[in-house]
Design a protein around this ligand. Structure first.
Ligand SMILES: Nc1ncnc2c1ncn2[C@@H]1O[C@H](COP(=O)(O)OP(=O)(O)OP(=O)(O)O)[C@@H](O)[C@H]1O
Ligand SMILES: [Mg+2]
Length: 243
């Protein structure tokens, strides 16, 4: 479980640009229960995911991944192996000249001693890409292919918790279906899967639990249906169904 206890986070702390992105959030994120994270632009969703992955340290309060405190430096490698983050803009995640090296980098980083090539192919196949992608330049793939490679480069080392930041934004129907099937497969295998999204239809159809942030605070945590039944919730949080 990932546990936020009265967690706050400020960017540019103690400078004139200080911004409080997360305000006193207490939240428990469980496994095997596909959870959607919603909230308007700037409400703190990405910041929350970064705090869960230990990439940011809470200013106040705490974040624990299982029993590991993210503020403790000695826990950072263990936490980064437990929590995978598929970034909002996957191209910012790449730094290797080939897809194969991109995926292998993580495996080497965590000293996973299975044959790299086999695990790389398995990860690619799990997201619906074949082995021919191994020698491709990740920067020269389409947006949808980049999203899938970014996912492969995270699922290859089998983290227990996975955050997907806007996983389906800008994808055509086929890629969207593919990404969704990977997400559901991960949930089914007992992982903690959290998707940050503005797509209300996706949330209504797929999520089992909904967490809503509003101006950095936890506004809602509960069933999906219940949230959308109350029009006041939508007015207060700016989450509307446009189509
Ligand atoms: N690197 C940063 N430096 C300073 N302020 C930041 C930084 N990243 C985010 N912020 C601010 O923190 C707040 C929360 O940002 P965050 O990126 O977590 O929102 P979000 O809910 O993910 O938004 P979006 O839906 O647009 O992705 C915003 O006010 C934002 O301007
Ligand atoms: Mg974001």
């Amino acid at each position: 479980m990932i546990v936020f206890d009265q967690c706050s986070y400020q960017y540019s702390k103690k400078t004139p640009l200080e911004t409080t992105a997360i305000k006193a959030v207490s939240l428990k994120l469980e496994k095997a229960q596909l959870t959607a994270l919603m909230g308007r632009t700037g409400s703190g969703k990405t910041t929350l995911a970064n705090l869960a992955a230990g990439l940011l340290e809470p200013g106040e309060g705490s974040v624990f991944v299982d029993d590991l405190d993210t503020r403790e430096k000695r826990n950072s490698l263990k936490i980064s192996q437990k929590v995978g983050l598929v970034f909002q803009y996957p191209e910012t995640q790449f730094f290797c000249p080939t897809v194969g090296e991109e995926i292998e980098f993580a495996l080497k980083n965590f000293n996973i001693d299975n044959p790299y090539r086999m695990l790389t192919i398995k990860a690619l196949e799990n997201v619906g890409l074949n082995a021919s992608y191994i020698d491709r330049n990740p920067f020269k793939l389409s947006g949808g292919e980049q999203r899938l490679v970014a996912i492969a480069s995270i699922i290859c080392w089998e983290p227990d918790y996975l955050f997907f930041d806007e996983p389906t934004a800008g994808l055509d129907a086929l890629y969207k279906k593919q990404v969704l099937s990977v997400i559901k497969q991960l949930e089914k295998s007992g992982k903690g899967v959290y998707m940050i999204t503005h797509d209300t239809k996706l949330v209504k159809n797929e999520a089992k639990r909904l967490v809503v942030l509003c101006e950095g605070r936890l506004f809602y945590d509960g069933g999906v249906q219940l949230f959308f039944e109350d029009s006041q919730n939508m007015e207060k949080t700016g989450i509307f169904e446009i189509f």
